[in-house]
Design a protein around this ligand. Structure first.
Ligand SMILES: [Mg+2]
Length: 322
């Protein structure tokens, strides 16, 4: 691959030429030489074209059909089968002007067809048109990803928010039921947090919550572990395929991790530093049980942890007579 990359600029329209004749590379290079908005990469080996395209991330591909080492129509097929390349517009650039070759190219996903060699003004207009459409799509996707991130993230702590917890929890619960795996939940509460806010101020309270969130992030690291801010000074952790004993173990790590931060808490009645109480619950979801049950159990466990003196981990109380 030969490239004449200009300094990285996200607004450039990135053109990838796939053609086995170096002379064509040269013609195109000259045609684009004074059109600043384009960044051109050329690939002379058809077999490498999909790899080169994935790396270069073009906004438009100019594709030759007859190449020494590859069939251009087959390459069209490969681009369409590749999630990273599927949406990149492909303009066929061929010496062949037969109607059935054109029809085949369009059927395989080409968005345009130029016979070698078009006028410069025509080539540039087509490149601009297709590349701009792709650039707009790319920007829309990026904006969408950012919006999605904002929508599911708790702004203060950077953990996921309650809204997204509801979604993930419902999904994990159904999955656990389907796969017959236990599902565990941790519900955490910062001990005497209202007093902390009253004593140190709300800004300090915010910093405290951020530090607790950091401990959660650092502790819940298995793939599938999911930590969210449940509201106020409450946090929740979803632990797929986890037995109660392991959930309790993780809860102890979190509890110890928060205590080890040694954030002074002069207004706490349980310690001189910020601590958390944690309720842990676990269930093997069954058809007749519901997701709210497990959440209620975690809540009862948290209540018990507080009732038994805070700065501790508890499981749900066993009902009388059980
Ligand atoms: Mg050729």
């Amino acid at each position: 691959m030969s490239q004449n990359r200009k300094p990285s600029n996200d607004n450039h329209l990135r053109v990838l030429l796939v053609d086995d004749q170096l002379m064509i590379h040269e013609v195109l290079r000259r045609m684009l030489a004074e059109a600043d908005e384009f960044e051109l990469a050329c690939c002379s080996e058809g077999v490498r074209a999909p790899d080169v395209a994935r790396e270069f991330a073009p906004d438009v591909i100019l594709q030759d059909l007859v190449m020494q080492d590859a069939d251009g129509l087959e390459l069209l097929r490969q681009y369409k089968a590749d999630a990273a390349l599927r949406d990149v517009p492909v303009i066929v650039l061929s010496g062949n002007d037969k109607a059935d070759t054109k029809a085949q190219s369009f059927a395989l996903g080409a968005c345009d067809y130029l016979v070698k060699f078009p006028e410069r003004v025509e080539l540039l207009a087509r490149l601009r048109h297709h590349a701009n459409a792709h650039l707009a799509l790319r920007q829309r996707n990026a904006a969408w990803e950012e919006l999605k991130h904002i929508a599911i993230t708790d702004r203060l702590t950077g953990l996921y928010n309650r809204w997204y917890f509801d979604e993930v929890y419902a999904r994990e619960w159904l999955r656990a039921r389907r796969e017959r795996h236990p599902l565990a939940l941790l519900l955490l509460d910062v001990d005497y947090f209202k007093r902390y806010n009253d004593y140190y101020g709300h800004q300090a309270g915010d910093v405290c919550l951020q530090k607790v969130a950091r401990v959660l992030k650092d502790t819940c690291r298995r793939p599938g572990d999911f930590a969210a801010r449940y509201g106020g000074e409450e946090f929740v952790v979803v632990l797929p395929d986890t037995a109660l004993a392991n959930a309790v173990q993780l809860a102890q790590l979190i509890r110890a991790g928060v205590a080890a931060l040694e954030m002074p808490h002069a207004a706490s009645a349980v310690a001189q530093v910020v601590t958390v109480s944690v309720g842990a619950s676990c269930m093997l979801p069954r058809d007749e049980s519901c997701a709210e049950e497990l959440l209620r159990e975690a809540d009862r466990a948290l209540y018990r942890a507080k009732a038994e003196g805070r700065n501790r981990v508890a499981t749900p109380p066993v009902p009388d007579g059980a």
